[in-house]
Design a protein around this ligand. Sequence first.
Ligand code: DAH
Length: 344
Amino acid sequence: MKDRIKETEVRAFSDIKAVVGQREALEALRIKYLGRKGEIAELFKGISSVATEDKAEVGRLLNELKVSVTSAIEGSLLSSSNKTLSSKNRIDVTLPGIPARLGKLHPITQTIDRISDIFIGLGFRVVEGPEIETEHYNFEALNIPLEHPSRDAFDTFYLESLGGKNLLRSHTSPVQARFMEKNKPPFSIIVPGKVYRPDATDASHSFMFHQVEGLCVGKEIHFSDLKGCLETFAKEMFGSSTKMRLRPSFFPFTEPSAEVDISCIICGGAAGEKRCSVCGGKGWLEILGAGMVNPKVFEKVGYDPRKLTGFAFGMGVERIAMLKYGINDIRMFYENDERFLRQF
Ligand code: DAH
């Protein structure tokens, strides 16, 4: 038995040496010697007929044979993978690695996240709605009358393929009605998302941009709640010295409505002799529209306006990001220029 083991070892080594670097031949040898029905397995079977006092030693020798043949084949396979590469392409393990370039969130995503964080801190939760809307949710549910300019085909992307009654939403406000139909007050939500308008592209217009809508409904929600919420937002977003003012305005879905301005983040509202290039010397920057939910909007979703009140607001994310980071051209956000994107 010991002779057979020795003989197998010598033969296996000379077989392996003869095919160094040849993958397939080495695999064949692995099966021949180490396979389940290979020569070494057969030798193991022979242990039963070895004299009892020799069994331990024969077992040890066989195990050693198995290990040495396995490592000889593996070693030979390794040298085969290096040999098949020409010396020019051989791997130089001393070369420094290629640094992995990590991506990051787009400045618009970062701004949406920041806005969301602030409102989540005020008890709001984030919901979303569809970008393809019906005329009903985009207009009617929001009390926007038929003669309103935004309902004109020139001002909105209608989708002919979907019967012409569907459109790319022109604001995130339709999600107000969608949410109210399915939920009971009290609640506070914000709705970030893309909106679409067929505006000619220039430094401050894009056919697609982002908005964050807000809606808070319950009993005894007052205009002062709206003001407090938005003031907190403005200070968190633009710094604690930021001042806010409300100007009377009109939106069909809120009554009363307001345009919300913050003190200019560049000149701080100190409209001095030098005309500030950001606020044009006015000292104030418009950042969003807001108001108390129009009772007609409540009625359309089956809420009782005598029992419930609420406030709503809508802001353009690009505008907020441009003010916060001092960006003067909206097109920068969409050009995918890494020199721009890397700065945020
Ligand atoms: N939907 C308006 C727009 O796109 C923005 C807006 C104004 C939303 C006032 C509101 C609001 O919820 O109360 O111009």
